[in-house]
Design a protein around this ligand. Structure first.
Ligand SMILES: *Cc1c(COP(=O)(O)O)cnc(C)c1O
Length: 354
């Protein structure tokens, strides 16, 4: 039986996508060949890559606006360095909202000066700092739209005249935003788009080519743009599966369509956390993530009972990250509302038992 999969990443994908992807592993579109045993230069794969790239721009509403979509390797973690290599000349401003943004800062500092415009580290990142200034002479501003580990999410983004870069690994394609306010965004596929192994980068071309360093070719966005996202052999299976997920999303009415479902899931989840006296939410209410809900048991003595009940209900992977503890329910695009209903039922059943 399929479990209710609340994994934070790699995470749940639509069942129809998994079925189609698995067929392609054995025989891609009745070609008599597996997708993973054909050339990435074949028409079959070039079409997949082009379709994936244009679907990404279409869903984000960025077609014809000077952006390019790339499917790269090395995870979002490699983007921490690649962003700095391509954009950092003197100084950049970073917003520190969690473990991932702290890592982005750490890597960029290896190249040049990084200024933390604000940080919520002192409160174990349970809120998003607001009201900070971004100096207008910096090379760029970097933020993290959703903090996967802590369960906070930026609801608004600062207005700035310098390029804005955003790590959207855990909430890309989950909510409507004016994506043209960002000049570069990136997201590891494995949270909301596909299997691990590829990272989507969407970059506005006119911000590139402004730094004086000699960027190694494979780290240079321009090499990848020039090569149509095939500078080297791309991760064919993760790109194909991501393409299938993007098609699935388009079929549901795109981001606006899935946002309605995501809102229902988050509302249900947080109302249980707030109404049930056995639980306490971790993140500040106004900054709560609609993708990752973090919460704790008020009374640790109920831990074993609760976890046994979760298991019996077929609920998987709601354990919290080691730096926060407690529980984390990740409610990515492919998680059905019904799974949240089952989790909430278990939580309220615990209340009747306790
Ligand atoms: C998971 C995650 C990362 C790291 O992604 P990798 O692909 O493992 O490098 C970075 N940023 C955020 C916000 C994440 O959720």
């Amino acid at each position: 039986m399929k479990k209710h999969n609340f994994s934070a990443g790699p995470s749940i994908l639509p069942q129809s996508v998994l079925l189609k992807a698995s067929e392609a592993i054995v025989d891609y579109n009745n070609t008599g060949l597996s997708l993973i045993e054909i050339s990435h230069r074949s028409k079959e794969f070039v079409d997949i890559m082009e379709n994936a790239r244009s679907l990404a721009l279409e869903l984000l509403g960025l077609e014809g606006k000077g952006y390019k979509a790339l499917f790269l390797q090395g995870g979002a973690s490699m983007q921490f360095l690649m962003v700095a290599m391509n954009l950092l000349e003197k100084r950049a401003g970073y917003l520190d909202t969690g473990a991932w943004s702290a890592k982005a800062i750490k890597e960029a500092r290896k190249l040049d000066d990084i200024y933390e415009v604000a940080s919520s580290a002192e409160a174990n990142y349970n809120y998003i700092p607001k009201g900070f200034d971004i100096p207008s002479d910096y090379d760029y501003f970097h933020c993290t739209s959703n903090n996967t580990i802590f369960g906070t999410q930026m609801k608004t983004f600062p207005k700035t005249n310098i390029p804005m870069v955003c790590d959207m690994s855990s909430d890309i394609f989950s909510r409507t935003l004016d994506f043209s306010q960002f000049d570069l965004l990136y997201a590891g596929a494995q949270k909301n788009m596909g299997p691990a192994g590829t990272t989507l980068v969407v970059v506005k071309e006119d911000i590139l080519g402004k730094v004086s360093r000699d960027i190694p070719s494979i780290m240079d966005y321009k090499s990848h743009i020039k090569a149509g996202s095939m500078f080297n052999t791309p991760p064919v299976f993760p790109v194909y599966t991501s393409m299938l997920t993007l098609e699935w999303l388009k079929g549901l009415g795109g981001i606006a369509g899935i946002e309605k479902e995501n809102d229902k899931k988050a509302t249900l989840m947080y109302s249980e956390i707030d109404l049930n006296p056995l639980f306490k939410g971790f993140a500040a209410k106004e900054d709560r993530s609609k993708m990752n809900a973090t919460f704790n048991l008020v009374n640790e003595n109920l831990k074993e009972t609760f976890e046994t009940m979760l298991k019996e209900a077929g609920i998987s992977a709601v354990n919290g990250h080691r730096s926060v503890g407690g529980y984390r329910a990740s409610m990515y695009n492919a998680l059905p509302l019904d799974s949240v209903k089952v989790l909430v039922e278990v939580m309220s059943e615990l209340e009747t038992k306790a």
